[in-house]
Each structure stands twice: as C-alpha cells, then as structure tokens.
Write a protein that binds this ligand. Sequence first.
Ligand code: RTP
Ligand code: MG
Length: 141
Amino acid sequence: MADTERTYIMVKPDGVRRGLTGEVIGRIERKGFRIVAMKKMLIPQSLAETHYGEHKGKPFFEGLVRFITSGPVVAMVVEGPGVIAEMRRLMGATRPWEAAPGTIRADFATTVDENIIHGSDGPESAAREIGLFFKPEEILS
Ligand code: RTP
Ligand code: MG
C-alpha cells in the first residue's frame, strides 16, 4: 500500500461561491481520506503571489492572483495513503475539458481560470503549501 502522506487542498473562490464546498469535502471523505486541518479564509495578496510563485511571469499570473483573492477559499490538509497523486486524480486535469468524466473539474467546471479546486502536485509542493497556509499546531496529529 502507498505511504501515508499529506497534501494541501483548497476549494477555490468559484467553488465556494457556487456552494460546492460540501460536494468537494464529501468526495474527500467518501474516498476515505482524512481532513486533518481546515479553515475558510480570504487569501492575502502576498500569500497568493507566494503560493503561485512558480507561475510568476506567465501571462495568466495576475489574473490567477486576482481570482484566488476574489473571495473566501476553504483550505485543507488531507491525509491518507498516496493522497497527493490520488487527489490530483480525483480533481482531474487543469483544463476541465481535458479532465476525465467523474472527476471534480470535469463534473463542475468549464474553464481553466475557474476550476474549483487546488491540490499540491508533488511531495515538495505539498510540504511547502501546507507550511504556507497552516501553523503546525492547527494540524491534527
Ligand atoms: P492548481 O495549482 O490551481 O491546483 O492547478 P494545476 O496544478 O492543475 O495547474 P497549474 O499548472 O499549477 O496552474 C495553476 C492554475 O493557473 C490557472 N491556469 N490558467 N490560462 C491558462 O492557460 C492557465 N493555465 C493555468 C489555472 O486556474 C490553474 O489551476
Ligand atoms: Mg498547480
């Protein structure tokens, strides 16, 4: 069985606005993963720019930061065997029209700019993003 890992998951402002927070949480819970930290928050501009730092200089960067700060998100740390890759699979491809049917992005999104959910894309980004959004004492052991 895959190693137990933690990943950073976030319902983006479009998902919160559209009332899809429960749908996303339900899919995570029904899968059998454990939510070990969670909060609803407005992301400050500086945190948004740091979180998406890898995309700085790309044409969509400013719009991405504007979007992710446009309303509350629901930030989570999710734990389970192989959870980093498995959550990426449950989310579906970045471009919703390329996402496999049954994935969150395929089922609920139509555009790449507003695609409902974020999930860390590897062990390094998971550790980095969890540290950006949560203090160690906010995470259940
Ligand atoms: P995320 O980081 O948000 O979980 O998404 P991802 O890993 O699937 O995709 P990534 O390449 O990290 O891109 C981050 C977000 O930037 C927006 N994007 N727009 N207009 C475009 O060509 C474009 N490309 C990326 C998307 O909202 C994507 O989720
Ligand atoms: Mg990404």
